[in-house]
Write a protein that binds this ligand. Sequence first.
Ligand code: ADP
Ligand code: MG
Ligand code: MG
Length: 253
Amino acid sequence: MALLEIKNLHARIAEDGTEILRGVDLTVNAGEVHAIMGPNGSGKSTLSYVLAGKEDYEVTEGEVLFNGENILEMGPDERAVAGMFLAFQYPIEIPGVATMTFLKAALNAQRKARGLGELPTPDFMKLVREKANKMNITPDMLKRPLNVGFSGGEKKRSEILQMELLEPTLCVLDETDSGLDIDALKVVSDGVNRLRSPERAMVVITHYQRLLDHIVPDIVHVLSAGRIVKTGGPELALELEKNGYADYIGEAA
Ligand code: ADP
Ligand code: MG
Ligand code: MG
C-alpha cells in the first residue's frame, strides 16, 4: 500500500470558488523522496495547504489516502497525529508562546494520541537541545516566541527542528529553500536528509533546482495549472533548471 495516494484531486478557494487544483494524481511510497516543481501560481502551495487541511480551500472532487485512510475527513490536528508534517512556505508566528513550550505541547499531544505518556521535562529538554544544536538553534532562540521576529533562515530551521522532534512518516516541505543563504540551506538540507528512512517519505516542493542538489529526489514531478503534467527522475529537475518552465506553462489548460 502506498503511504500517500492522491487521486484526481480538485480543490478551489473557499472564498471565491476559483479552482486551483484541477485533477492532481500522485502516489508516494514509504522511503521515497518526491520533488514537486512548477511555475509560480501553479498550485504548489495550495496542494500543501489542502494536504494540511487548511480551511481556506474546498476539495470538490477526488481522494487523498494516507496509510489507506481518507484524510479529507480528518481535521488538521488529526492529520498531524496520524504522522503527517507540513512545513509551510510562510511558517506561522505564535506570539506569547515560547518555542520550547510549543514544541513540548506538540510532542506531548502526539505522544498522547499514540497512547504514550508525557515525556518527563528533563528528558524533553535534553532531546530538544540535542536536536536544536544540530540545526544551529541556540537555547536563547528556544525561549523566544515561536517564529516571532525570526529571520527567514531561523524560521525554516525551526520547522525542521519540529519535524525532527515529531518524527512524522510523511513530510511535505513547501519552498523550504526560499530566503535561505547557502549555509542555512546546508543546515536545513542536512536536517531533512537525516530524516530520510525506509519508513518515511518526503514531498519537497520547490521552484528552483538548487535545493535538489542537497536533497536528491527519487522522483520529480512538474505541476502546471493545477495538474501534474510530467514525471521523471532527478534529470528532469536539471532540464527545468536549464530550459525553465516555458514548455510546461499552459500545458494542462
Ligand atoms: P504556487 O505555490 O505554485 O506559486 P499557489 O498555490 O500559491 O501557487 O497559488 C496558485 C494560484 O491560486 C495563484 O494564482 C494564487 O494567487 C491563487 N491563490 C492561492 N490561494 C489563494 C487564496 N487563499 N486566495 C486567493 N487566491 C489564492
Ligand atoms: Mg508562489
Ligand atoms: Mg508556493
